[in-house]
Design a protein around this ligand. Structure first.
Ligand SMILES: Nc1ncnc2c1ncn2[C@@H]1O[C@H](COP(=O)(O)OP(=O)(O)OP(=O)(O)O)[C@@H](O)[C@H]1O
Ligand SMILES: [Mg+2]
Length: 467
């Protein structure tokens, strides 16, 4: 309201109006005239200093408050900011300024702020800081990567080289693209890279681009400003990129990222900033991106479903994880790693053993679901086993439906090899079923319609150990 707006009021009412305004100020106010006489104090001044209007108004300031510095401001015309004062138990700070009219100093004003309130506010701030750090800790434990490179088992079929590249990737902040069939360990690698990097104390945020609806994807990734949607949260919403700040964001199934968002992701990669939906300002962000896919991105690029510029930006370090069928020599080690996990809280071996025939069957299998399928298979077998030894019959039913040869695709195998592989498997399965004693071998030979001697010969030929 300007001065003129009060014109309709009588002079008295105008004075009352200004008084009311000054009394409503939440800081203490004291005004002196050019003769150092106190002309005005407000309610808050009395509350802070305990000095009542009748004790001070109309009197020279220094008569009532000998240590007051306001007369000096009146004299030299200089502001004095943040002067500390203590009145009994009350602490406060004072800002002092001259009052000027047409370049003449006509008085001075002092504004007091009680420190008691500042103390209360700083206590509150302290409490909120604690809450924030607790929340940050909780968030840290939600978004924590648990796997390390030590838990990546196997060295064959190129896995060793991929692990080496992964460790190298951990030393840098460059984007990583992990490619591999389902269940080959893409997320395992992403977590291991994060945990081996300098970002390990910060969040690892996994995002599955295939499961977030396209319409929500942008606000999930980048957040939104308050009031953007009718259902928007007060204060807006933090996007996953902001949650991952200083850490790693794992964009799983990147091939499913909607095309328009691919451009926005590219911007994040090149500018290191994000923009919340409905907000104009860019926020700086420091996030390492690890993307993964089991799809052929080249094919998607040809179909214009994946942006080439984004591909080249992400594909700085490319980790191609070989499927399990290309590293069958790793199967036994992985199986024992899984078996031992069943008691690893005791740091002991689990005591489970795989019968040789079981290993042969596992090694002959196709493993379309890779290590995840192997894990599930072993969990099933542990559940089915009666003791600590795992026989082929403890494996899920799909392992008995086909012979190893059928699984490998008999088309490329000679008939003799196919017959031999089948013969070996049938013998192993029967030996496993009947046991290792002499009687059991006799029973096996009888079931198979061969003599005991032939059985022994065939066991030798196929290097089937003593059962
Ligand atoms: N080399 C390995 N050594 C030990 N465990 C492994 C290995 N590879 C994968 N695993 C385990 O197999 C399971 C599947 O791995 P992960 O989830 O990382 O695969 P993925 O490639 O991300 O699969 P998807 O494409 O289906 O998402 C996990 O339990 C993981 O710990
Ligand atoms: Mg995965």
């Amino acid at each position: 309201m300007s001065y003129q707006d009060l014109n309709g009021l009588s002079l008295e009412d105008q004075v009352e109006w200004y008084k009311a305004a000054i009394h409503s100020i939440y800081d203490g106010v004291l005004v002196i005239d050019s003769n150092e006489i106190v002309r005005l104090i407000n309610l808050e001044y009395t509350r802070i200093t305990g000095v009542k209007p009748e004790e001070i108004i109309g009197k020279p300031l220094r008569d009532v408050r000998p240590k007051a510095q306001l007369p000096s401001t009146l004299k030299d015309g200089k502001e004095r900011i943040g002067v500390y004062r203590k009145e009994g138990n009350v602490e406060y700070v004072v800002d002092m300024a001259p009052i000027k009219l047409q370049n003449q100093i006509i008085g001075a004003v002092s504004i007091c702020k009680s420190l008691t309130e500042v103390h209360t506010l700083s206590k509150e701030l302290e409490k909120n800081k604690e809450r924030l750090s607790r929340l940050e800790q909780q968030m840290g434990s939600i978004y924590q990567a648990k796997y390390t490179f030590d838990q990546i088992i196997g060295t064959n079929g190129g896995l060793k080289e991929v692990a080496y590249l992964g460790r190298k990737a951990a030393e840098s902040h460059l984007p990583v693209l992990i490619v591999g069939e389902s269940g080959t360990g893409k997320e395992l690698f992403a977590q291991a890279i994060h945990n081996a990097s300098s970002r390990r104390e910060h969040p690892f945020v996994p995002v599955n681009c295939a499961t977030i609806p396209a319409s929500l994807m942008e606000s999930e990734l980048f957040g939104y400003a308050e009031g953007t949607f009718t259902s928007a949260k007060k204060g807006g919403k933090l996007g996953l990129f902001e949650v991952a700040n200083h850490g790693t964001i794992f964009l799983d199934e990147i091939g499913e990222l909607p095309y328009d968002l691919q451009a926005k992701l590219l911007r994040v990669l090149s500018e290191n900033t994000i923009r919340r939906v409905g907000e104009a300002r860019e926020r700086p962000i420091d996030v390492r991106i690890i993307a993964a896919t089991n799809r052929d991105l080249h094919q998607l690029m040809e179909k214009r479903l994946f942006r080439e510029d984004l591909f080249y930006r992400l594909n700085v370090l490319n980790l191609k994880i070989p499927p399990l069928k290309e590293r069958k020599q790793d199967i036994e080690e992985i199986v024992y790693f899984i078996l031992n996990k069943h008691t690893n809280h005791l740091q002991q071996e689990s005591g489970y053993v795989l019968h040789e025939s079981t290993i042969a069957i596992l090694e002959a299998y196709e493993w379309v679901g890779n290590v995840r399928e192997l894990k599930n298979t072993i969990d099933y077998a542990i559940c089915m086993a009666n003791g600590k030894e795992i026989y082929p019959e403890h494996l899920p039913s799909n392992f008995s439906k086909s012979t190893p040869v059928e699984q490998q695709g008999a088309v490329s195998t000679s008939l003799r090899e196919a017959v031999e592989a089948t013969e070996k498997m049938v013998i192993m399965k029967n030996l496993a079923r009947h046991g290792s004693a002499l009687d059991a071998k006799k029973e096996t030979a009888r079931t198979l319609g061969i003599s005991l001697a032939t059985l022994y010969n065939k066991m030798k030929k196929y290097q089937i150990g003593e059962f």
